[in-house]
Design a protein around this ligand. Structure first.
Ligand code: M6R
Length: 614
């Protein structure tokens, strides 16, 4: 949610900042801006409503020189997306410029106090309040920029990642974080700053992730220094990025989302690599095996997540209850954090998050920690906040996911949940050895089966043309396929802006069936599983009301073809792994419908990739 980039070094800063903003645009794209200090020590802010390309056009005729700068791409929280509210923000004297991710919760109180001191405001943002506060502190305490930031942040309640530069001080960027990620890249005689590592990786693999309430003093020709608010120096933990630049490019695909859909056979191989023994007979999930006692004696598992990750959690509930016989509750992290939940020390809390930065999920983790539960993270972004806040966990290892609509992260999460359930099930003796081995074999076949469903793309592209102008969709599934129905509906609404709802198929007759008429497309997942016959009855109920049914069935099933309007055949897979395969045609259908409607599938309106504000 909002992207931050900064540079100080020997090269012109502007092209590096712009390229970085393009890489971060998936985090927010309402407005963009840059602040630079030129050779005459002048501080210039250039910013505009719209995307980074709009900023580039706006800056064409302006001075963009200088070897130090900070830049921002915004997802609006306070104040509508317009030129005034775009970052960077100047302080009153225009001596300082700031960029900020997060929310300053007590901004109204601070603003009133500053107004009494004669400060005036040009924008509606909380961010401008913060830069004015820093200037006020600096003027009153006659201190340097770093001290002013340290003192000001002690007055602030909220979440932030900030970077500040100062006119006449072309050798210094001050950056700080609390509950919003910030990473410093260390190059040769140069430093990079960003809200995640994607803009940094093409310049250096050496990075330092800031911790909460740390301030980075990023000074030209000096070693990086990290201090806390009391100016106590902190040790530098330099990490090596494993990401490669090709993972951040579209690789010949028109959109990141399509690339990420097609990557799934490979990302599942990456996800299971090293976690199934070479003989293919055992799952070795070290995050579980290193804490066996916790999993042996757990009384309950609570899964917390948001959005697509929550849908993966619902599949995890089925897997864990089926294979481990441990009761599981799946909670929206945003609800969990505010409803005084009962969490006990013998509970295990599993936090699922692609970004590892979702504010609500992180807050749920903190509640679980305070209650003494053991916390397990299932995340994608290495080194992000949730993996660092958990006791153990497993990365999904699907590589950077840039498309705002999650695809390969979902199947990676379900794959890890399947391996987790197999590992716990074996530990607790709740799974028959034959079933254990059969599921491991099936898991290894998933990438091949995914390739087969990717071969359905022409059929799905044709089908999408029939339904592009529908105003509503219903997605139905039962058992393991119910969360897939929810996920299919979410994909469609996110990127095509068509209203879509997912339901457990049997719930239709309790109300939603009133919506059915000959204009209502119903996507029914009716693969051959333990609830197949029941799902068929539900399809018949819809056909009896003239609904238009697109059925996803197991290869070779001709019975459903007789009642459905369109049939998509999926390879046979064990029912508990079916979500891995059946979700892919739903991702593709949503993609093609959105393309037909000329939507921006990688950056759909109003959304951002990682939701670091609550
Ligand atoms: O990074 P996270 O997995 O924690 O993100 C959770 C949701 O914000 C995310 O899944 C969102 O629903 C996606 N846009 C879904 O495509």
């Amino acid at each position: 949610m909002c992207g931050i980039v900064g540079y100080i070094g020997k090269r012109p800063a502007y092209p590096i900042l712009i390229k970085g903003l393009h890489r971060l645009e998936y985090r927010g794209y309402d407005s963009a801006g840059v602040a630079l200090i030129n050779d005459q020590n002048e501080l210039t802010v250039l910013k505009t409503k719209g995307k980074v390309a709009d900023l580039e056009r706006y800056a064409e005729s302006k001075d963009t020189s200088g070897t130090i700068g900070i830049a921002h791409t915004r997802w609006a929280t306070h104040g509508e997306p317009n030129d005034r509210n775009a970052h960077p923000h100047y302080s009153q004297s225009k001596n300082l410029a700031i960029i900020h991710n997060g929310i300053i919760e007590n901004y109204a109180v601070l603003k009133t106090a500053l107004q009494k001191e004669g400060f005036t405001f040009q924008s509606d943002t909380d961010t401008e309040v913060l830069v004015q506060l820093i200037e006020y502190v600096q003027q009153n305490n006659h201190c340097d920029l770093c001290q002013a930031v340290q003192l000001a942040l002690q007055e602030v309640i909220g979440a932030y990642a900030i970077a500040v530069i100062e006119r006449g001080n072309p050798d210094l960027i001050i950056a700080a974080r609390k509950s919003s990620p910030l990473v410093v890249g260390i190059g040769e005689d140069e430093f990079f700053l960003a809200s995640d590592a994607t803009p940094i990786v093409e310049y250096t693999h050496e990075v330092v992730y800031l911790e909460d309430e740390e301030v980075a003093i990023i000074e030209r020709n000096k070693p990086l220094k990290i201090v806390n608010f009391k100016n106590v120096e902190k040790p530098l933990h330099i990490k090596t990025l494993e990401m490669s630049i090709s993972q951040l490019e579209k690789g010949g695909y028109p959109h990141f989302m399509l690339k990420e859909i097609y990557e799934q056979p490979r990302t599942i191989i990456d996800c299971i690599r090293g976690r199934i023994n070479p003989e293919g007979t055992d799952v070795i999930l070290s995050g579980v095996l290193d804490h066996q006692e916790k999993f042996l004696h757990a009384n309950r598992i609570i899964i917390v997540a948001c959005g697509t990750s929550w849908h993966a959690g619902l599949i995890g509930e089925h897997l864990i209850e089926d294979l481990c016989r441990i009761p599981v509750e799946v909670e929206y992290a945003s609800e969990f954090r505010y409803r005084h939940p009962i969490v006990r020390p013998d509970d295990i809390v599993i936090a699922i998050s692609q970004s590892g930065e979702t504010a609500d999920t992180l807050a749920a983790v903190e509640i679980a920690r305070k209650a003494g539960a053991f916390i397990y993270g299932i995340c994608n972004v290495i080194g992000s906040s949730i993996p660092r806040a958990t006791d153990s966990g497993s990365y999904i290892h699907v590589g950077p996911e840039i498309g705002v609509a999650s695809t390969k992260a979902f199947t990676g999460q379900v794959t890890v949940l399947a391996m987790l359930a197999l590992t716990i099930g074996k530990l607790r003796g709740s799974i028959e050895p034959e079933r254990y081995h059969q599921l491991i074999r099936q898991l290894q076949l998933i990438p091949q089966k995914m390739k087969t469903v990717l071969g359905l793309s022409d059929q799905l592209a044709d089908l999408s043309k029939i339904f592009t102008y529908a105003h509503n969709f219903i997605y139905l599934g039962r058992g393991y396929n119910y969360p897939v129905a929810l996920e299919g509906a979410l994909k469609l609404k996110e990127i095509s802006y068509i209203h879509a709802e997912g339901y457990p198929a049997a719930e239709m007759k309790h109300g939603p069936i009133a919506l059915i008429d000959n204009e209502m497309p119903v996507i029914a997942i009716a693969t051959t599983d333990s609830v197949y016959e029941k799902t068929i009855s539900n399809i018949q109920e819809i056909k009896a009301r003239h609904g238009r049914v697109v059925a996803l069935v197991t290869e070779g099933n001709h019975d459903v073809a007789a009642m459905a309007d369109h049939v998509i055949e999926i390879p046979q897979v064990d029912e508990c792994l079916m979500p891995l395969v059946v979700s892919i045609p739903l991702q593709m259908l949503a993609y093609y419908i959105a393309i037909n409607k000329n939507r921006n599938v990688d950056q759909p309106r109003n959304l951002a990739k990682s939701v670091t504000v609550e």
